[in-house]
Ligand binder design. Structure first.
Ligand SMILES: [Zn+2]
Ligand SMILES: [Zn+2]
Length: 344
């Protein structure tokens, strides 16, 4: 019997995070029990008087949002990081501690409470990219690392449906970034080319592609841990969001639109996820080999309400999946690129 990755259990390696994932494709053949949820076609209101992100409303801090259109950015009222805070001085090899200074901001994508990124038009999405670039530039001048991200949906612990993301800037490099700096730098030294640029070239036109454009590629990575995890890759060398050309940004807005629409269409629901950009740190080092990219980590497995849990073996040993990344990509390619709510 010869090995077939669509049939036989195996492990796949993620060279970016340095982690392995157990793939059990034989189990994906079990009948898909689980429920088929009704499409979610509730039309939420464009303005919610109780929403602290809607234009003109007061936040719990007492600040009142301006009558904004497009994006609106403000400092988080209950920040996880402080700009000015003393540094610890103790040194203990067992109880290590390090300073943490930073700032956290909230980015409202639109004044329309009812629309998610997938339902905004590409001009509005390009406006969000402008805001990401402005924040990355301004905060990058003051901090060593800028993390832009969005936590979407009640299943991800985000209770407010108003379309918004966040940006956290820190005087330290967070754990995942330390790892990605090391793995990408090591790859460049050994292979002579950035890892993710090689990946984009190898994946183009292949079985894990969901959206492919002139400048960008959205794939379910070979090593994906979450069922419908995706990796958004530039097909050109670039380290940070502010370095994109207008053509690359225009193209990116279209790819973000199509990818998020396909996500929503998969289970006909507003698809929950954690999404974020990884760009090269702004700590003064060159970071050769670090390619800008974005990760989408959605929790759903087989319907709008049946999600994947990373528990048990995954908490204690290694991530595990049944559906192969190729099968996940096929499902995301098979749905319409037109949002299911449109014309509904
Ligand atoms: Zn709102
Ligand atoms: Zn990354």
């Amino acid at each position: 019997m010869s090995f077939d990755p669509a049939e036989h259990p195996h492990q796949r390696f993620d060279p970016l995070s340095g982690r392995w994932c157990l793939v059990s494709p034989h189990r994906a053949k079990r009948p898909w029990l689980g429920q088929r949820d009704e499409p979610n076609v509730d039309a939420p209101l464009a303005y919610d008087p109780d929403c602290y992100l809607c234009a003109g409303n007061a936040r719990t801090s007492g600040h009142v949002n301006p009558a904004y259109e497009g994006c609106f950015v403000f400092d988080n009222d209950f920040p996880a990081l402080l700009e000015d805070t003393p540094a610890p001085t103790e040194i203990d090899p067992l109880f290590q501690i390090s300073s943490a200074r930073g700032t956290t901001r909230v980015i409202c994508y639109s004044s329309d409470h009812s629309k998610t990124l997938a339902e905004l038009d590409t001009g509005q999405i390009s406006g969000i990219i402008d805001t990401w670039r402005d924040e990355a530039t301004a905060l990058g001048e003051r901090y060593r690392y800028v993390q832009i991200f969005e936590n979407k949906g009640a299943q991800m612990g985000c209770s407010n449906p108003h379309p918004h993301g966040q940006v956290w800037a820190t005087d330290f490099l967070p754990d995942a970034i330390v790892t990605e700096c090391q793995t990408q730098s090591d790859w460049l030294n050994v292979h002579g080319e950035p890892m993710l640029l090689q990946l984009a070239a190898r994946e183009a036109g292949g079985p894990r592609v969901i959206v492919e454009s002139e400048h960008w590629l959205a794939i379910v990575p070979w090593w994906a841990q979450w069922p419908f995890e995706t990796l958004l890759l530039p097909r050109f060398a670039v380290g940070r969001l502010p370095d994109l050309t207008p053509a690359q940004q225009h193209d990116l807005a279209q790819v973000l639109k199509e990818l998020t629409v396909r996500y929503d269409n998969l289970f006909e629901t507003s698809f929950p996820y954690s999404f974020g950009w990884h760009g090269a740190p702004t700590d003064g080092d060159a970071h050769a080999g670090f390619q800008l990219h974005a990760h989408f980590y959605p929790p759903l497995l087989r319907s709008a309400s049946v999600r994947k849990f990373m528990v048990g073996y995954e908490m204690l040993a290694e991530a595990q999946r049944d559906l192969t990344p190729e099968q996940a990509a096929e499902k995301l390619r098979a749905v319409s690129p037109i949002h299911y709510r449109e014309g509904a």
